[in-house]
Write a protein of this length. Structure first.
Length: 327
């Protein structure tokens, strides 16, 4: 699904979840970002109708309970809403690793760009006289990590298919170098944000860690200037950059814990404190660090120091994301 369409669908769902009333297609067109604006022409009306019909069908195919009806007998046309009781999932229990993945996803959807557009739709609906219930709406807190200022311009350029120019400092270079990239997308991998795309000067796919981008990336040229490969896998691109020689990792695990980790570990016997010492082999130490972090205090890395530091970093980040006052 195209990024623009995905954003529009998310904004539409948020807007229709935030009201008890049925919202007409005309109000949806005027308030939800992404739809063809009303310029009074038949062409624009037809484009909106086609787009809205596709969006309704796609939401229903995904299982979103989109209702059609009228709030009052005096309403002249049907409207739409999403019944929150039918939309909400039952209580879900997540493992530590799954919770970490959800946390990273929330950091993206709470970004200023995405949350701001959806919040704007709710404000416009309220101004149009639609009863917006803030207690029913998804809480939106526009936020973008201060240590990743390159995220928003990179995401926008990838969404709009515009060439991106920026200065990039590699860890083995003293000064940043200018890069021109066709951005295919932004992806989170082991707690870091990466841009994947085609390096135009090298004519080859490349991955760039956003924290190493110097200054503000600048989009150039028209929108829609390129299309990413249909089979591109950004996560695989990033993971491939970190694959290397096999490494040995030694950990201590509390007895009768970390069952999943033990399945591919070699026991080394008990430690002095009664924990079990385990040896693991991996070609992706940072991926293993993420798995170890999911076990919390039950597993401690003895060696190597880089994996231990990566686990500590992940746990520290997750602790900072917890609500204030939580254990």
């Amino acid at each position: 699904m195209a990024a623009k369409r995905a954003e529009r669908l998310v904004n539409l769902v948020i807007a229709l979840l935030g009201t008890r009333q049925y919202v007409t297609a005309a109000k949806i067109r005027a308030t939800v970002p992404g739809y063809e604006p009303d310029d009074g022409t038949a062409r624009a009306d037809e484009a909106f109708k086609r787009m809205f019909e596709r969006d309704k069908a796609e939401l229903r195919e995904m299982g979103v309970p989109l209702e059609t009806g009228r709030t009052s007998v005096f309403d002249a046309e049907d409207g739409y809403r999403i019944a929150r009781a039918d939309y909400e999932l039952p209580e879900i229990t997540l493992t530590g690793e799954e919770a970490a993945a959800v946390g990273l996803a929330l950091r993206l959807w709470e970004s200023a760009q995405l949350a701001g557009a959806a919040q704007s739709a709710l404000v416009k609906l309220k101004a149009a006289g639609v009863d917006v219930d803030t207690s029913r709406a998804i809480p939106l807190r526009p936020r973008l990590d201060s240590d990743e200022p390159a995220f928003e311009p990179c995401y926008a350029a990838a969404r709009d298919r515009r060439v991106l120019t920026f200065d990039y400092r590699r860890p083995d270079e003293d000064a940043p170098a200018r890069r021109r990239v066709q951005p295919w997308g932004v992806v989170a991998w082991h707690g870091r944000w990466y841009l994947g795309g085609l390096d135009l000067d090298r004519q080859a796919p490349r991955v760039f860690r956003l924290s190493r981008v110097v200054g503000t990336p600048r989009p150039t040229g028209p929108a829609g200037a390129f299309e990413p490969p249909e089979d591109v896998d950004l996560a695989a691109m990033v993971a491939g950059q970190f694959r290397g020689e096999e490494q040995l990792v030694v950990v201590r695990a509390r007895p009768r814990t970390a069952i999943g980790l033990r399945r591919h570990a070699v026991p080394l016997g008990p430690a002095e404190d009664g924990d079990d010492r385990l040896e693991l082999r991996t070609t992706e130490p940072m991926r293993l660090a993420g798995e170890i972090a999911s076990y919390g205090a039950d597993v401690v890395v003895e060696a190597p120091a880089a994996v231990r530091a990566a686990v500590v970093e992940r746990l520290t980040r997750l602790a900072a994301m917890a609500p204030e006052g939580a254990a």
